[in-house]
Ligand binder design. Structure first.
Ligand code: AMP
Length: 142
């Protein structure tokens, strides 16, 4: 994988507002936050998408994430948060290096600003025959 801006941050070549780091992840504030406290948790393993992570790197990410979420919530006073994790250009990924967005959400009038995150959720109905085939197919590939 080519070098990304996040690899440069991990190596300390580009500054960031760092929150946390350990053997597997680094966490810092997003440079263009959708809300106050918008944080990125970035894997030190330099792969683009979550499915490419080694089991150890994935475990390291999973281990650190809840703790960082708790600290962001306490520090900001936010009342809720979204986790967003984009994989691939069509999913909106711009930096091709695995990262999870922690996006704090604030109650109206609760002292924080409204988040710039909008989720347009337009559900369809699962086709039962296709669902049965697809579930079996995915399960076989695990
Ligand atoms: P994504 O679209 O999921 O790839 O998101 C990439 C995120 O990285 C965006 O929210 C950017 O604002 C953020 N970003 C890009 N460069 C930097 C940087 N140097 N420091 C902090 N955040 C950055």
């Amino acid at each position: 994988m080519s070098d990304t801006i996040f690899s440069k941050i991990i190596r300390g070549e580009i500054p960031c507002h760092r929150i946390y780091q350990d053997e597997w992840v680094i966490a810092f504030l997003d440079i263009n936050p959708l809300s106050r406290g918008h944080t990125l948790v970035v894997t030190k393993e330099p792969v683009a998408t979550i499915g490419e992570l080694s089991d150890k790197a994935a475990a390291g990410l999973g281990h650190a994430l809840p703790r960082i979420c708790r600290a962001v919530m306490k520090a900001t006073g936010a009342t809720a948060y979204n986790l967003l994790q984009n994989n691939g250009r069509e999913a909106g990924q711009e930096v091709m290096h695995v990262h999870v967005h922690i996006i704090p959400r604030y109650a109206p009038g609760g002292g924080g600003e409204e988040s710039g995150l909008r989720v347009a959720w337009r559900p369809t109905r699962l086709d039962q025959a296709d669902g049965a085939d697809l579930a079996r197919h995915i399960a076989r590939l695990l």
